[in-house]
Design a binder for this molecule. Sequence first.
Ligand code: FAD
Ligand code: FES
Length: 1276
Amino acid sequence: MTQLQRKYGILTLIFEKTRVHLDVLGFFPSRQILGNFGTYLKALPIAFLHKSNSRIPYLKSLQGCLTPQFSFTPQRHHPANSCLLPISSLHGAAVTTVEGVGSIKNRINPIQERLAKCHGSQCGFCTPGMVMSIYALLRNHVKPSMEQIISALDGNLCRCTGYRPIIDSYASFAKQTCCQLRGTGQCCLDQEELGCSSSAGVRVVIKLFILTFLKTYKSLSFPPQRIVQEQQRKTLIFCSKRTTWISPSTLKELLELKAKYPKAPLVVGNTSLGLKKNDCDAYHPVILHPLRIPEMQVFSITDDGIVIGAACCLAQLRDILMETIPKLPEEKTKIYQALLQQLRTLAGEQIRSMASLGGHVVSRGSAWDLNPILSAGKSVLNLDEFISAFRQADRQKNAFSIVNAGLRVLFSPGTDTIVDLSILYGGIGSTTLSARKSCEKLIGRQWNDQMLSEACKLVLEEISLPPSASGGKVEYRRTLLVSFLFRFYLEVLHGLHQMVRTGQAFYNYCSDLKTHSCLQDVDPGQSPQDPVGRPVMHQSGIKHTTGEAVYIDDIRPVDGELSLAVVTSVKAHAKIKSIDISEALQVPGVINVVTAKDVPGKNGNDEEEAFAKDKVICVGQIICAVVAETLTQAKCGAKKVKIAYEDLQPVLTIKDAIKHNSYITKERKLEKGDIEKGFKSADKIIEGELHMGGQEHFYLETNSVLVIPRMEDKEMDVYVSTQHATDKLVASALNLQSNKIMCHTKRVGGAFGGKITKPSFFAVIAAVAANKTGRPVRFALERDMDMLITGGRHPFFGKYKVGFMKDGRIMAADFQCYINGGCTKDESELVIEYIVLKVDNAYNIPNLRVRGHACKTNLPSNTAFRGFGFPQAGLFVETCIVAVATKTGLPHEKVREINMYKGVNRTAFKEKFDAENLWKCWKECLVKSDYHSRKTKVEEFNRKNYWKKKGIAIIPMKFSVGFNATYFHQAGALVHIYLDGSVLVTHGGIELGQGIHTKMLQIASRELKIPLSYIHFCETSSTTVPNGKYTAGSVGTEINARAVQDACQILWKRLDPIRRKNPKGKWEDWVSDVSVSSRGYVTDMNWESKKGHAFPYFLYGAACSEVEIDCLTGAHKNIRTDIVMDASFSINPAIDIGQIEGAFIQGVGLYTLEEIYFSPEGEQLTLSPDTYKIPAVCDIPEQFHVYLLPNSCNSIAIYSSKGVGEAGFFLGSSVFFAIRDAVAAARKERGLPLDFTLNSPLTVERIRMACDDIFTKMVTVFPFLFMHPGLVITWS
Ligand SMILES: Cc1cc2nc3c(=O)[nH]c(=O)nc-3n(C[C@H](O)[C@H](O)[C@H](O)COP(=O)(O)OP(=O)(O)OC[C@H]3O[C@@H](n4cnc5c(N)ncnc54)[C@H](O)[C@@H]3O)c2cc1C
Ligand code: FES
């Protein structure tokens, strides 16, 4: 018996060495049991149990929605979203989690090994999910195609890597790679030297390690006892106090049960019902689970078509269609092709593997993609019939459709006269809508332009979408109705003439991904043992892939631990009249409620309160915290706290703030030259504005804290996911000295600036609760809470006035920049300063005035984010360049070149720099991207295509590294040498995924002249290196590196006399008889005063991107990006390239995808991955090349390196400007003005509406269709 069975007698867990099998024999009546179960599964950290309102236990991922994999038979393995998977549905299944795939203790799987060695993980939080997705794929398809590999990953999100290395590592399993093509026996992938042609990505993999063959690794087999059990089918019933789950084994039984419990839903994948689990109306006393009924799983091909059981999952349906279509005559496959097209982009693989066809049809979600096409394809198709499906979502894959459509037309034989027509739309009403009346009116019409024009008018009249329709985007959605109709019209027209379906090939491009990352060569004389400059694998890479890397919430519960849930403000600005906690205290398990009154010391800092006391200043501000035995009880208690408010007038947007003169700091101003004179000398002057939305950090590990009070002296251990030590704020809240608060951070699952300021406040909340109760307290924010409470990148509004000559020379510019700082100061002062200091980017504007204002509003406080204001400032100045190019009619790259800094120069704030490397990067990028000839090809493409346009843009970059204050450029390190020769390195920097510890070990290895295997890093802690500064600003690595180098050099010197005595001795001999422990603390690394400048040094780069847009839908695909980056001598080129790529893709997210919505009352509406879309695997350029500029040096930083953590971000704007170029081509052809403004992000909606045409006009001629103002706020 297992430990759990002994305790509760309800559950059978069959533990093999590497896998756990579940037999759900009872139900889990208490949350605590679930908690314990979760703990018990710590060895399986991607899955633990929690309870929903409907009291079905769910497998929930510890690390967001990761992917366990289950199978009921040896034949099919299902990757699954653990947060939606009912545990009861797993009876008889074999569940494999990442530990079952491989572990360091036993043996790692090649899937894990390749991902780690190919640098496919940074923070590692998403990594087990990636492993599981590919594992499931390889179990189902031994030799997958590249398309299948990309599909397998399209439901997984990674915020760090930019996906390129993940795809590269798994490309090595694809049948297209030579390893598979050559079959068994000797294969080139077995060699270290490459002797065959494979994708560039694979080449990098092979360079780094010898591939382990998959066939040499024995995968887990399906347990035979499960097969025997399933053969003895009988009805399974699981009961709890509130819910009964019945899984019948025959259809007859199911029908009887349905008659007995008519209201009981049938749950198969639970992806529809499960989404409503927090909805109170979603409680079901009886649930029927028909998955084990053989008739529900059938599949056969008949003369009339394909018969598919309703419980078959969508992934199965896709695979069946892919196999069947090539075997059937083309005219019989039209509907299958249309279905397949939708299935390729519908949801992600995990959902497709769980969701059933029956569930999809019956649940009839408004945006469900298959229903319009299934309804349209009502008859047996023949030669005179056409059917197509369309969908458009915010993101190409793994996003609900904004609008989808299924259209079918039947002609009278041999003519183009319509006999039957079906037009159905999803995403408009509460379910699929049919334009039945329009279709009836069109019967008998010929398929020509007049019919189309009439059809558009009829459809727009029939399918109504009121201005206040939920989901907004009303104009866009209506435009899509007619755009899809038009596309169908074209397809049919084409088919009528050629009888060939043209298809919608726009998205089917992922199978041809080409990536290339140039690594640097080290000096041939460098010792092979010296790892500096080499692409050493991330120190935790293997642990990331096996799930053995520990994050805060992976720390096992400690004795007496309590869970904490916060109560947050629902008002943007209000007085707190009263807080009533009495009902909360009645909730079973609730121990206490903590408010501002319980803070013994200072409630936060001078700028911000930890607990709101008298007033709330934004929605999401923490007012109090409920601590309870379990998280469910704490959350339940939090719901019972009653707060009475007195409303005050909120200020929400930048424009509101300007009106109310509401600012966080004084204006920041910079002037250069004589602005008035400059404008007078200019040939022309233009003025304009730019709005930019904010950005969520969307780190995959949400903020988490565990506080454990010690027994003596009021000491506390604080485990916190942060970018710097939080001891000071916690100590001041508890009225203690900092030396009593021991902060620990092993690693952080992504931060990007979002964990600089806020985690200290979360630590204070948990510490005050621990202090009040005397018990350990865990506070791990759920995704929606994290997004609600924390701010992100500052929304930006800029006004420009630019004077320029006819030849493109900018003579003068006057910039007014505003950011929305939110409700407290946080980092807003620094961000606006950086905007003012960096707004020139690569351009020498002789007469320049910049004024910056940080607005104070009642939104959650915006904070640091990778690039610190530069991504906003850079986009702004590049918008001015484009405006000048448009007015002068000159090529954009010419205007850029003519205004770029040349030679040795001074910035507006008089800092000297040499622009040589800026030009080198620019020229190298022009060459590497083959810019000029590709630009000609783009123009040629645009001449030939009316509804699709391409665009290309090349952007230069001057990026200033570091902070404009000495204070931040300090670091410390502690290096111990043990008597056995092993070395322990500690420093003040935090591992955020940027590989800081790996680089520190490389440095220690070089300085102490010992192999990497001798050196270990344990954790960042205030007990070893106090007063750590922010790990941020691209300099975290290099300032800590100096400290590690310093400490190692001191120790090396100390060993000198011993070495001299025994010069032939080994390292172990030298260290065995001396106590060597030293600290190197660098306090005088004053970058600013050394130069008397704002930034330690500059880093240059350039990027060229090409895109294609679909003018009818606004979709775009990133065709190719080439980046040249001046990284100088990289300490670890694999890590640095990972930083450049990851930052670039985050930039692409900011500029083209990620959009935050607020209600007019100031409540953020985008609080989950459902509504907030970060780039996924489908968003990376088909061709992605990163080059490090050769022969560059940097005398300031350690080993002549440069900090590249942030710089790549802004280069994502090359995609923005390439899209703009494509939109301009469309507008030019339509005779529209070219001096249009495009705001950021360039979402599908903005792209489509900017490609103004007859369809957008059709929509706007209906006056009632105008977007209702004030429904949502985007730019804030
Ligand atoms: C993250 C996520 C992303 C998604 N993205 C997309 C997307 O991009 N495009 C898209 O189209 N859809 C998308 N979906 C929706 C998905 O397609 C549907 O949820 C799914 O098809 C429903 O199937 P299910 O088996 O999970 O249904 P369940 O949730 O198990 O059941 C849903 C309903 O169907 C009924 N039902 C189930 N089977 C039967 C049957 N055999 N006979 C009668 N009634 C039955 C049940 O009673 C229940 O009311 C997404 C869902 C999620 C969670
Ligand atoms: S490595 Fe993927 S989220 Fe960090």
